[in-house]
Ligand binder design. Sequence first.
Ligand code: F6R
Length: 255
Amino acid sequence: MYLNNQPYLHTKNDRMNCSVHSDYHQMSEFAANEILSVLAANPKATLCLATGDTPLLTYQLLVEKIIRQKIKISQIHFVGLDEWVGVPHTNPGSCHYFLHKNIFTPLNVNLKNIHLFDALSANLADECKKMNELIDRLQGIDLMLVGIGRNGHIGFNEPGDAENNFAHISQLDPLTIEVGQKYFTETIHLQKGLTLGLAHFYAARKVMMMANGIKKKEIVKKTLEYPISTQVPATLIRKHQNAILIIDKDASGQE
Ligand code: F6R
C-alpha cells in the first residue's frame, strides 16, 4: 500500500502526501527536518505544535538541531493547539507544561512569542476569542503539527465537531478522556478542552500530521481510507492543500 518515503501516495479518491519511515526515530528525524525547513524559509514563522507522546522525540531532535546549528528563532511565534480545561499550567500533564519543558525552556524562547490557552480562565469564550484575534494579527499559522487521537481527533476537534470552527471549547469524547489520563500521574477529572478549530487546520499554510506505533495502525488506516468526514476528523487532512502524513512502519500496517 505504501512506498517507503515516497513523497506521494495515491488513494482512491484523492492525492495524499504520505511519508512512511522504518521506525519512530527515523520519522521524528524527518519531522524535525521538515520544521527546520519551515524556519529556514521564514524566520518569522508562526508555529502551532501539538503535545503528546507522538511528537516528543521530534521536539527533542529539533531543539538539538536548533542549538547545534545556531539557528535564530527570536522572531518565531508559537501558538497553542489545545489545553485541558481546569488543569493548571504547573501540572506536568498540561499542554502548557509539556511545551515549556520540551521546547520553550531549552530554546530560551521569549515569553512574548509564546501564546497558549489559559485553561483556568474564568471566561473561556474570551480565551478563544483572544486566540482567534491573535492568530489573525500574526497573519495565520505557517506550520501546524498535529497528532492523531485514537478516535481520529485533531487537537481537541472530536468526531462530529463542526468543520468551520475556529478556537472553541470542546466537549471531550469519552475515549479522549480515557486515553488522556496517561499524561497525568494523578486521577484527573477531564471533561472539556480548549482547542484551535478545523478552520485553523484548513487555513494553516502547512500541516504535518504524525502517528507512530501499532496502537495507531487502525486510525491511520481509517485516516487514509474512510470517507472524508468530521466523523473521523483526521480524514480531513486529505482535503488540505499542503499537508503531509508522517508515520512509522508499525502505524502504516506494512508487514
Ligand atoms: C495534543 C493533541 C492531541 C494529540 C493526540 C495524540 O496537543 O492535540 O490531539 O495529538 O491525542 O496523542 P499522542 O501523541 O499522545 O498519541
